[in-house]
Write a new protein. Structure first.
Length: 79
């Protein structure tokens, strides 16, 4: 049996997930033109795109450095 607190906690978790997903989609949309520019310059690998983003000083959503996995996740959100 769930108590009232458990129901509110679950609602909070679901809201948090939804907000983080929306932020990720927004961040990916902002990066799409930059990634397209990098690709048009001839860089096609995920690692190459990550290097280009790092060289340009563009931080990840959490302020870190780019990796190939992060680039692939951004690209999956922009398709």
């Amino acid at each position: 049996m769930k108590t009232g607190i458990d129901r509110f906690a679950e609602k909070g978790r679901q809201t948090s997930i939804r907000v983080r997903q929306q932020r990720a989609v927004h961040h990916a949309a902002e990066l799409a033109p930059v990634i397209a520019e990098v690709r048009s310059a001839g860089t096609t690998t995920l690692q190459g795109i990550a290097v280009a983003l790092n060289e340009r000083g563009i931080p990840t959503a959490r302020g870190g450095r780019w990796s190939a996995v992060q680039v692939s996740r951004v690209l999956a959100r922009t398709v």
